[in-house]
Design a protein around this ligand. Structure first.
Ligand code: RIB
Length: 264
């Protein structure tokens, strides 16, 4: 039977420019190609899980506009259930401005739009879907109280919680109870550093970082490290798992694909 997965999160229209390099503050860089691609961490994770065979529900909000329509059509083509995909009459669809450099690295700025209106009430309205769910996946591109509420509900019906704390900066804060209610916490290196209160990821020993994050309450921690693979910490200890070697064309949403795969 196909595992049933619920993703609660963001859907954006990604406006992607390829350029030789990512501009610094105040700088203009002449780019190369432009593409408009449906994205958003939540929607990307939903698509990854669906392509790998899960029966996926996506709880999110788009605007009542052309970007929203394109996103909704795309999710439907991927076989994602439309039951909890909401249209916001008041806010535009979220947009992400993305620059990708020659090495496939990216810089992303998100205008959340309708994602910022995904509410606890929306989560309650999707309660029926929680029955029989194998895992719920969440990120932080929607309001934190909504994430917290969804996690509490998932805990109450013993659904596995996968939390991708993205985006997260060292000046942000997460309630300890959220980490304690999380089954699998999946930050990348920047988010892991920030969760530990560090301003940069430089010089961090990832095995130690994973163990320190595990001590904050989740049942397992996976820190994704791009080409360096990932570090997993759980009750059985801490170990590093290698990544397959690839030539990166565009790393945007690489972590989202990993998380979608993890859910099934
Ligand atoms: O993780 C990549 C995603 O982050 C992009 O699709 C963009 O929309 C932002 O949400």
């Amino acid at each position: 039977m196909r595992p049933k997965v619920l993703v609660v999160g963001s859907a954006n229209m990604d406006l992607v420019v390829r350029a030789e390099r990512i501009p610094g503050p105040g700088e203009t860089v002449l780019g190369e190609t432009f593409r408009q691609i449906a994205g958003g961490k939540g929607a990307n994770q939903a698509v990854a899980a669906a392509r790998l065979g899960a029966d996926v529900y996506f709880l999110g909000r788009t605007g009542e506009d052309a970007f929203g329509e394109t996103i909704r059509e795309g999710l439907a083509r991927e076989g994602i259930r439309p039951d909890c995909l909401l249209i916001d009459p008041k806010a535009p669809t979220g947009v992400a401005l993305i620059t990708v450099d020659l090495e496939g690295r990216n810089a992303i700025t998100v205008a959340p739009g309708a994602n910022a209106n995904l509410s606890e009430h929306d989560v309650n309205a999707a309660l029926d879907v929680l029955a029989g769910i194998a895992a719920i996946i969440l990120q932080l591109e929607i309001p934190l109280p909504t994430v917290q509420h969804a996690v509490e509900l998932a805990n109450s019906v013993r659904v596995k919680v996968i939390l991708n704390p993205a985006p997260f900066h060292h000046t942000d804060s997460l309630h300890t109870s959220l980490l304690e209610r999380t089954d699998v916490l999946v930050p990348n290196e920047h988010e892991a550093a920030a969760l530990l209160g560090a301003a940069t990821a430089e010089g961090i020993v990832w095995e130690e970082a994973a163990a320190r994050l595990l001590a904050k309450g989740p049942k397992a921690v996976i820190i994704t490290l791009g080409a360096e693979g990932c570090v997993l910490a759980d009750a059985r200890g801490v170990r590093r798992l290698p990544a397959r070697s690839v030539t990166a064309v565009d790393t945007t949403a690489a972590g989202d694909c990993f998380i979608g795969a993890l859910a099934i």
